[in-house]
Design a protein around this ligand. Structure first.
Ligand code: RIB
Ligand code: CA
Length: 308
């Protein structure tokens, strides 16, 4: 029995690999993609999602257009590690989409997909959490139809877009707090602490490119992102943040998670958007969030390589 899957995304180079992994995995059925601002503007993330699904031969999957900005404040940052168009400047090399986005916006599309689902749906948010916060606020009765959220975001020991905040949570801290702290949907948070450790090498990318034309095209989208991560990691590799989250949705338990009480800093200071994880052994707060912090790193890289 396949698991129905919705991916909420801001493609984004690592988002592209995440979508490809979902499409290549028989354990899940990709029933919808929703787009959100983030790595680049909503217009560009939506164009990229449509073209990537054309590349992957899955233009049957509806694309619902979501939030163009955070809940509370305008997005302060649009220059991207992913290049000016979100795909290292190569978005135009992807196949033209033969269809546009769905007539339903992201929240409406997710609502209808959840209503129609005959079994619990896994939602994988791999961008800012604005659409998910809006969905849960507008349609709380649908929570039982969501089997789990597998969220890529947060950093326990530091950030990437600032010293303490990871990009997805930093892009809309209030939405992240709603989803990760205030709501009660079963959620696994895949943090950049783990996704950074899962980074793949240039050799891994070349091996992937040699497997198929589609994979070669995906790898062709990486130059700007790879250049960013060479500096960020200090070696010739790149983090496949979002693909790690999809791997957990495809094979639950491939990542090892532990429950911690958490909060998200929504102040306007230097830590805005930071994930706060209470690691004290004795804590009074009974509400915890499952945080994925470990896996068989080589096994995970091989799993993704084998699947794509
Ligand atoms: O911090 C990494 C996350 O931010 C990934 O989802 C990447 O695509 C960017 O959106
Ligand atoms: Ca992303």
């Amino acid at each position: 029995m396949t698991t129905p899957l919705i991916i909420d995304t801001d493609p984004g180079v690592d988002d592209a690999f995440a979508l490809a992994l979902a499409v290549a995995s028989p354990e899940v059925e990709l029933i919808g993609v929703t787009t959100v601002f983030g790595n680049v503007s909503l217009e560009d993330t939506t164009r990229n999602a449509l073209r990537l699904l054309a590349l992957l031969g899955r233009e049957d999957v509806p694309v619902g257009v979501g939030a163009s900005r955070p809940l509370i404040h305008p997005h302060p940052h649009l220059s991207s590690a992913h290049g000016s168009d979100g795909l290292s400047g190569f978005a135009h090399t992807l196949p033209e989409a033969t269809r546009g986005p769905d007539l339903r916006d992201a929240v409406t599309l997710m609502r209808e997909l959840l209503e129609q689902a005959d079994r619990p749906v896994t939602i994988v948010p791999i961008g800012p959490l604005t659409n998910i916060a809006l969905l849960l606020a507008a349609h709380p009765y649908l929570k039982p139809k969501i089997g789990r959220l597998v969220v890529m975001g947060g950093g326990v020991n530091g950030g990437n877009v600032t010293a303490t905040a990871e990009f997805n949570l930093w892009s809309d801290p209030e939405a992240a707090r709603r989803v990760l702290v205030e709501e009660d949907v079963p959620t696994t948070l895949v943090t950049m602490d783990l996704t950074r450790r899962c980074a793949v090498s240039a050799e891994w990318l070349q091996a992937l490119a040699g497997k198929s034309e589609v994979n070669a095209t995906l790898v062709g989208l990486t130059p700007d992102y790879l250049a960013t991560y060479r500096r960020f990691l200090g070696w010739d590799g790149m983090a496949m943040h979002d693909a790690v989250a999809v791997a957990e949705a495809v094979r639950p338990g491939i990542l090892r998670a532990t429950g911690f009480p958490v909060d998200v800093d929504c102040s306007y200071g230097p830590n805005r958007g930071a994930l706060l994880v209470d690691q004290r052994l004795e804590v009074s707060n009974p509400k915890t969030l499952d945080i994925a912090l470990d896996t068989d790193l080589d096994g995970l890289r091989q799993f993704i390589l084998d699947r794509l």
